[in-house]
Design a protein around this ligand. Structure first.
Ligand SMILES: [Zn+2]
Length: 90
């Protein structure tokens, strides 16, 4: 049994119209990189116009962000490379 995914390949996407601007695209996937950026930016602006929806998405994004990995990285650098000790805040 094989699993076939609908993933564009170089052979199938080159030279076809970009779904955003309609001009011929030679980009992998068929969409010009700048068109992908502009489409995402347009979607962002649409989402931002809905203040309540935007606030909800922002809260979920923050809640799902988890622990910052940079905190652990800095703590490891301080302990193993710099041999620095934490400075208590009075
Ligand atoms: Zn395009």
């Amino acid at each position: 049994m094989s699993i076939k995914k609908n993933v564009p390949t170089v052979a199938t996407s080159l030279g076809k119209p970009c779904p955003v601007c309609g001009r011929t695209s030679y980009s992998l996937g068929g969409t010009h990189p700048q068109c992908s950026f502009l489409a995402a930016d347009q979607k962002l602006l649409e989402l931002y116009r809905d203040a309540d929806g935007w606030a909800g998405k922002a809260i979920l994004n923050i809640a799902g962000s988890g622990k910052f990995s940079s905190d652990r990285t800095i703590a490891e650098y301080a302990a193993s490379i710099w041999d620095a000790q934490p400075c208590p805040i009075p």
